[in-house]
Design a protein around this ligand. Structure first.
Ligand SMILES: [Zn+2]
Length: 224
């Protein structure tokens, strides 16, 4: 894709806007889970449907993005391989995925995915266990017992904030974590293609810090 060509530039913009739109479903779902607006019985099931259904839109988008986007900075690259771009292999869903980067972004991107793989167990625990606890407490809330929701919410925010901030250290932390090839990806690969890894990690850092502040600036909820 020649970026000096206006029609290609328009296509690139449209493609990027599509990625941003698909990304926005993620904060929307988090809003429903963390702020849990009324009525719970409407918004929480809807958020679960969005969370589960999101992949059916995001995966086809990522399939289009893999051959043309830098996975790190999200730039649309020329379609033909040249000296200004680089490539390395990830493994996702049992398939080897040759991902592309700008030449200077191959290093931070591959370091990040090596670190993500090395820390996959604590990272998964840090995200999915608090999510499960929050969903159970919201489910009980729909059934009439809301007592656990405030505590489950702050535990979720704190655990996820700390975990994603740790994940965001990846580009600097992988010197000693091995170098599998292809590098297995322990989280859904399509989510890294919506904004690019670099922007996603900045959101992790900023939202993570915000959530830590929110948790500590409010009284800790009592155990019901
Ligand atoms: Zn790049």
């Amino acid at each position: 894709m020649n970026e000096s060509n206006p029609s290609s530039a328009t296509q690139s913009l449209g493609f990027q806007l599509q990625g941003i739109s698909l990304f926005l479903f993620i904060p929307l779902v988090l809003f429903f889970f963390v702020r849990h607006p009324e009525p719970l019985a409407l918004w929480i099931p809807l958020a679960c449907v969005i969370m589960i259904g999101h992949r059916s839109l995001a995966r086809p988008y990522a399939a289009q993005a893999v051959p043309i986007k830098c996975i790190w900075c999200n730039r649309v690259l020329p379609r033909s391989l040249d000296s200004a771009s680089a490539s390395f292999d990830l493994a996702a869903g049992g398939i080897v995925v040759p991902v592309r980067t700008c030449r200077q972004h191959a290093r931070p991107a591959s370091r990040f995915f090596r670190f993500l793989w090395a820390g996959r167990l604590p990272f998964r625990i840090g995200i999915f266990i608090p999510l499960l606890l929050l969903l159970v407490s919201l489910g009980k809330g729909i059934a009439g017992d809301r007592g656990w929701i405030p505590l489950a919410t702050v535990v979720f925010q704190l655990a996820v904030a700390l975990t994603v901030n740790f994940i965001a250290l990846g580009p600097w932390m992988s010197a000693k974590v091995g170098n599998p090839s292809p590098i297995p990806v322990p989280f859904p690969l399509h989510n890294f293609y919506l904004l690019g890894v670099r922007t996603l990690l900045w959101l992790f850092r900023l939202v993570g810090l915000w959530w830590v502040l929110v948790v500590f600036l409010h009284p800790w909820p009592a155990v019901p």
